[in-house]
Write a protein of this length. Sequence first.
Length: 88
Amino acid sequence: MAGTEFQKQVWHTLKTIPYGQSISYLDLAKKLGQDSAVRAVANANAANALSIIIPCHRIIGSNGKLVGYAGGLQAKQGLLTLEQTQKN
């Protein structure tokens, strides 16, 4: 995975989000200890080249709405729905 150290930190943190759960970009920034880096976190999330292995689809807007997914919001909703129905 080629990326900056910051991007790699974001991608590593994405992998800690449990299957079937979602968090906001702000929550992700807070997990990184960088509350004011929401835009940078979103950009790193968008740069994720392994989107199925590193679950960037689990990140939603602070208002709970689906935002920003390279595969399209319909695909993002499908993945989230699949995880919700398959989780234990």
